[in-house]
Write a protein that binds this ligand. Structure first.
Ligand SMILES: NC(=O)C1=CN([C@@H]2O[C@H](COP(=O)(O)OP(=O)(O)OC[C@H]3O[C@@H](n4cnc5c(N)ncnc54)[C@H](OP(=O)(O)O)[C@@H]3O)[C@@H](O)[C@H]2O)C=CC1
Ligand SMILES: CC(=O)C(=O)O
Ligand SMILES: [Mg+2]
Length: 759
């Protein structure tokens, strides 16, 4: 578990286990989509109401797609006989991978998926078990079942079932491999019918990849397949089966080493380290190397490039460029197939998927994708295939798949309005993940030295480790050396202590400068030099702020151990963070695919009209920083002057202040929250200047801001980011005492991205 290559990915075994353990064991929950709160709900959802759809479905089975989850539910089924490249570790051990696939289905294509691990290696038993599950699901995704049983199981189930049965390791991999190969060959100036291909790993993935590559034009005699016994040549008897035999060729080559000499393309779906640098060196000019074994490739890109800088290299991993991994395929293939109530996923649908992926990689990459990835993505040797987080995948690939399915007659319900379908796919995905991804990618680009002020708190230390190991920049932890070491060791992160930079008053070379600075700021507030020295030495918030003020860090994150008000008071000793200095707290609330920003959640207790206008301006700035077009609503219990009250008048005055200032974003008020967010309610006020639902809500006072945010969090389970401190001269973010490791990391990323810094 601790081998070097996995250490090289900068993910430790402890982190991987903690990820799976917290906040609850495993990786997903099942959540109801209908209300279940009243007696009436109970009567509708269960007896007697449920009897109605039962009878309707019995009468007309097609309606199961309308009245049950069937149409958007996929089973991810494994027996654990070929878990990634780890081998046969059994059904139970495969569960983390299958849960992972289920989560990927949801995250990337909003497909509900559930993992099912079957404790059997007997093909007939598995076929029977899966067949019997048919009524439950809209599709079956077989996963990590080894060859050759997987071929028999899939073939038989396809014959028996009237829903798509898709072995991901075969066809998912083949589709992505084909997409990548189309583009890699174009870049290396070679034609598929001319190239010499070596494929290592004659199992589920290998056989399917070679079949698809041949169907795209590769010549049988130009393709050599290898397995653990070496080349599969005509006449070989050892370790053979009918699927391997179909690819046996007449050749003198007997080992992978022989086969690789002069080859144009290497496709690896075998095992870690199967390819040596000598083998790569012996390949033809501009070789294409897809080392797709997981979790560790046949050869690392570094090792391949060291001997062949002209190679185009791809792996199955997310931490190198060119991730050729079936995650780019199965979510979108099933999305398209489910949306036409498909009976199968056929070859035409797979090829449509491969071609759409290849084409997407050649298109101009929108800025937000490049920003999200923190590097320029332009079709070329390091970008032959779209990246998994490309938000275009969801509305580009499923329509291609759905169209191919309809054209070839497997659709029970073809898409009639393709433009409408594309639009519905665009709206389907929750932007939360994309927004957080963007924040992190922008932060990574900055490589900030992040000051983590509360190095005595384990959550903060873990966030600092994640910062450093995630390649986000340098983590500067304010704390005591021994304490940091002990705390990290207590959670199996002893190694990490050496990687963090621990800073404190005892080891700082700048202490004198800090003292003078603080004294000069506070001497007219009744603080004498000794007090200032004590504050700087003893209070980690003050010490951290002094570091930041002197440029000894690029950003500061704190507030995980003390109340916001206390932390803000300490930071004010070093920075001007009062309302009149322009500081504002903005909180992001993400829920049901929507994001709204609420302010002021931190600084202004009881804002006047001018302050409210400042809050709106900061909110708009944060919205733009998140890639949103700001639409600000000034909220009240009244709409446009009725009923009148002192607070409502202030909320009505604030837009007038903005009128005078001539700002460049949309704003309107005062209005109630439903008018701000709900287009139907807004329609009663046709004169409103907002062109759509508001995304920045300026509330009358801090208490109403806090109440709204916490209400949304507690009652609706909304994700909350912040409060983000904005309008500050340096990036500072304040978490809360209930923050988890990930929340602290998000706040550090927000600080590093400079989202709240006064421009
Ligand atoms: N990037 C991606 O998207 C995907 C990658 N993969 C990876 O492909 C690999 C194989 O998976 P899968 O096809 O499902 O597994 P299978 O068990 O079905 O097949 C494994 C095949 O690899 C061969 N093999 C194993 N070790 C070596 C070696 N050192 N040299 C040559 N051949 C070897 C086996 O040979 P023999 O027949 O002699 O036993 C067998 O033919 C795994 O590493 C997996 O992670 C799989 C799916 C998707
Ligand atoms: C990616 C995948 O499915 C595998 O490695 O098995
Ligand atoms: Mg797999």
């Amino acid at each position: 578990m601790t081998d070097n290559s996995r250490r090289g990915s900068r993910i430790t075994p402890e982190e991987a286990l903690a990820y799976h353990l917290e906040p609850r064991p495993g990786k997903f929950d099942v959540v109801p989509s209908t209300p279940m709160t009243t007696q009436r709900d109970l009567s509708l959802a269960y007896s007697p109401g449920v009897a109605v759809p039962v009878e309707v479905i019995a009468e007309n089975p097609e309606t199961a797609y309308d009245y049950t989850t069937k149409g958007n539910l996929v089973a991810v089924i494994s027996n654990g006989t070929a878990i990634l490249g780890l081998g046969n570790l059994g059904a139970l051990a495969s569960k983390p991978v299958m849960e992972g696939k289920a989560v990927l289905f949801k995250r990337f294509a909003d497909v509900n998926a559930i993992d099912i691990e079957l404790d059997s290696e007997d093909a007939d038993e598995i076929i029977n078990a899966v067949r019997l599950m048919g009524p439950t699901f809209g599709g079956i995704n077989l996963e990590d079942i080894k060859a050759p049983e997987c071929f028999i199981i899939e073939q038989r189930l396809k014959e028996l079932m009237d829903i798509p049965v898709f072995h991901d390791d075969q066809h998912g991999t083949a589709v992505i491999c084909a997409a990548g190969l189309i583009n890699a060959l174009e870049l290396s100036g070679k034609k598929i019918e001319d190239v010499k291909i070596v494929l290592n790993g004659a199992g589920a993935a290998g056989i399917a990849c070679l079949e698809l590559v041949k169907s795209m034009g590769a010549r049988h005699e130009n393709c050599i397949m290898c397995d653990t016994k070496g080349v599969i040549y005509q006449g070989r008897t050892e370790g053979m089966n009918q699927w391997k035999s179909a690819h046996a060729v007449v050749t003198e080559a007997r080992s992978l080493e022989d086969a690789m000499r002069g080859a144009d393309v290497f496709l690896g779906v075998s095992a870690k380290g199967a390819v040596t640098q000598e083998m790569v060196q012996s390949m033809a000019d501009n070789p294409v190397i897809f080392a797709m074994a997981n979790p560790d490739p046949e050869i690392t890109p570094e090792d391949a490039h060291a001997v062949r800088p002209d190679a185009i290299v791809a792996t199955g991993r997310s931490d190198y460029p060119n991730q050729v991994n079936n995650v780019l395929g199965f979510p979108y293939l099933f999305r398209g197939a489910l949306d036409i109530h498909a009976r199968a996923i056929n070859d035409e649908m797979k090829i449509a998927c491969a071609e759409a992926l290849a084409k997407l990689a050649r298109e101009d990459v929108p800025d937000e994708v490049a920003v999200a990835y923190g590097r320029k993505l332009q079709f070329g040797r390091d970008y032959i295939i779209p990246t998994p987080f490309d938000p275009r995948l969801i509305h580009v690939i499923p329509p291609a798949v759905a169209k191919a399915g309809a054209d070839t007659g497997v659709a029970r319900r073809p898409i009639e309005d393709m433009d409408g379908y594309v639009q519905s796919l665009k709206n389907r995905m929750d932007p939360t993940a994309a927004i957080l991804q963007g924040i992190h990618a922008r932060a990574k680009q900055k490589q900030a030295r992040m000051i983590f002020a509360e190095g005595d708190d384990l959550r903060v230390l873990r966030a600092a480790v994640a910062w450093q190991r995630g390649g986000m920049g340098q983590a500067l932890v304010v704390g005591r050396d021994n304490d940091v070491k002990e705390k990290l060791a207590s959670v199996g992160l002893a190694d990490a202590a050496r990687e963090l930079t621990v800073v404190n008053a005892a080891n700082s070379r700048h202490l004198e400068a800090y003292h003078e600075y603080l004294y000069a700021r506070l001497w007219r507030e009744g603080i004498d030099r000794e007090d200032a020295i004590k504050m700087a030495n003893r209070d980690r918030h003050v010490f951290s702020a002094l570091m930041l003020a002197h440029g000894h860090g690029d950003g500061l994150v704190t507030g995980a151990t003390r109340k916001n008000a206390h932390v803000l008071a300490e930071l004010r000793k070093v920075f001007d963070l009062r309302p009149q200095d322009g500081a504002v707290g903005i909180t992001g609330v993400l829920h049901k695919g929507k994001i709204i920003l609420i302010g002021d959640t931190l600084v202004h207790e009881w804002p006047e009209a001018e302050d409210l206008a400042d809050i709106a301006t900061r909110g708009a700035m944060v919205a733009r920083g998140l890639g949103l077009d700001p639409r600000v609503a000034f909220l009240s219990f009244s709409n446009f002057g009725y009923p009148l009250s002192e607070r409502a008048i202030k909320m009505a005055q604030a837009p007038k202040v903005l009128d005078e200032r001539g700002v460049d974003f949309e704003y309107e008020g005062e209005m109630t929250v439903d008018v701000a967010l709900n287009p139907e309610a807004a329609a009663r006020y046709p004169f409103s200047r907002l062109t759509g639902p508001a995304n920045v809500l300026v509330v009358p006072a801090r208490h109403s801001a806090s109440i709204s945010v916490k209400l949304l969090q507690e009652m609706a389970g909304a994700t909350v980011i912040g409060p983000m401190l904005t309008g500050t001269p340096h990036p500072i973010q304040i978490c809360s005492t209930t923050s988890k490791v990930n929340d602290i990391l998000n706040m550090a990323a927000i600080a590093a991205g400079g989202l709240g810094v006064m421009k």
